[in-house]
Design a binder for this molecule. Structure first.
Ligand code: HEM
Length: 369
């Protein structure tokens, strides 16, 4: 079907099989905005997001010639392409400004400094975020543009990213896509149709004292640049050692088919077949006390570096988890030891708590406040 239901126990856009395109934006609440104005905007956003998700325009006063159109119009006549609009709240929202101190989800604290990173603060974090995903890039852009327009004077845009080409399959019904390094990505991702795994690793549960956020999740984003010129000069054998997988089939170097379970103990000539610093060895749940995250990222490009002529592009990493500590644990290991580090650079990042879904008649304001 072309539409994904807006209402439900969970926000759409997390367990939803990943769409092809992404438009992601982060906002800060304007200095002049008070609690009532923020609440009013969140009610307006709820109605607009619900309408756009089913393929309708932003609601208002159609045909009023004296006012700007309610909807900017560029998605008229397009199918929604399974549009989902997912909102999240950053740590900075839960302060004195809006009386939200007592509502802060317990694990929503700025992430610690992680190995090797030098993140661009102006392109990181934010009070609120919107993740719009659709199979049609114009529909995803339209959703963010219209939410931004409705927020004029209430929120200030902080940063925005466009993603093309989902880099993770999140459901067994999807073929595994490839990232910009040419490798299949998402092979051993969490299968979002597995409710037990989702409860164990992704959805915030009864362990969280803030009841309102239970059933939600934490979103960690990372803009990760790939040093593609260096990568493209690396040998095939070394590229495969970086991940521990066969580039063509996606199979682990210890197996034959893509979905074969990697054997991290296998050795040849006294060394590990899947290298000690291979990405999948360091990231695998078997080697991290069972820890898993749901990856839901996209490829991005910012064109060409005007000084060097190098391609600017890589992975806009998005992952969902029940506690941001899951990302921290993994990235501490990867940031120090991953063979992939020679070819990537973390550029910016974000952390947001994504609330549970809304029932019909409910809105984001009454849920938050
Ligand atoms: C696995 C690519 C960054 C976590 C993989 C795989 C590829 C890949 C090709 C193997 C296929 C699969 O199971 O999905 C990349 C690239 C990255 C990147 C190109 C950066 C540009 C990260 C980061 C994290 C992460 C930042 C988390 C902090 C994982 C996990 C797996 C994985 C958990 C599954 C490992 C397993 O269980 O076998 N990645 N990844 N990756 N990656 Fe990454």
């Amino acid at each position: 079907p072309a539409t994904v239901p807006f209402h439900g126990a969970r926000q759409a856009g997390i367990a939803t099989p990943a769409q092809d395109r992404l438009c992601f934006a982060s906002f800060d609440v304007a200095a002049t905005t008070d609690r009532a104005a923020l609440a009013a905007l969140l009610r307006t956003w709820t109605a607009a997001a619900e309408a756009m998700t089913r393929g309708a325009g932003v609601p208002g006063h159609p045909g009023d010639l004296q006012s700007p159109p309610d909807d900017t119009g560029e998605a008229a006549g397009l199918t929604p392409g399974r549009l989902t609009i997912t909102v999240g709240y950053g740590p900075s929202l839960f302060d004195d400004r809006f009386g939200l101190k007592g509502r802060r989800p317990s694990a929503l604290k700025p992430l610690p400094y992680l190995p090797r990173e030098d993140l661009d603060a102006t392109a990181s974090d934010g009070d609120l975020c919107v993740q719009a995903c659709s199979d049609d890039p114009q529909v995803a852009f339209h959703a963010v543009r219209n939410l931004r327009r409705l927020a004029f004077g209430v929120l200030n845009p902080r940063w925005m990213e466009l993603g093309f080409g989902r880099t993770s399959s999140t459901s067994p019904s999807q073929a595994t896509p490839r990232n910009l390094m040419g490798f299949k990505d998402g092979t051993r991702n969490i299968d979002t149709t597995d409710a037990a795994l989702m409860d164990q690793h992704v959805w915030i549960g009864a362990e969280e004292p803030q009841r309102w956020i239970r059933g939600g999740s934490y979103l960690v984003s990372r803009k990760i640049r790939m040093l593609l010129e260096a990568w493209d000069r690396d040998s095939l054998g070394d590229q495969q050692q970086v991940f521990g997988r066969d580039k063509s089939s996606g199979a682990p170097l210890t197996g034959r088919a893509e979905r074969d379970t990697p054997d991290f103990t296998a050795k040849a000539d006294g060394t590990y077949v899947i290298a000690a610093d291979a990405h999948i060895r360091l990231a695998a749940h078997e080697n991290n006390k069972g820890l898993r995250i749901l990856r839901r990222g996209y490829s991005y490009t910012d064109g060409i570096d005007p000084v060097t002529g190098d391609l600017l592009g890589g992975l806009f990493f998005i992952a969902y988890m029940k506690d941001p500590g899951q990302f921290v644990t993994l990235q501490r290991v990867l940031g120090q030891h991953d063979k992939l580090n020679e070819y990537i650079e973390h550029v910016s990042g974000g952390l947001f708590a994504t609330p549970p879904g809304l029932a019909a008649g409910q809105d984001w304001a009454s849920q938050l406040f």
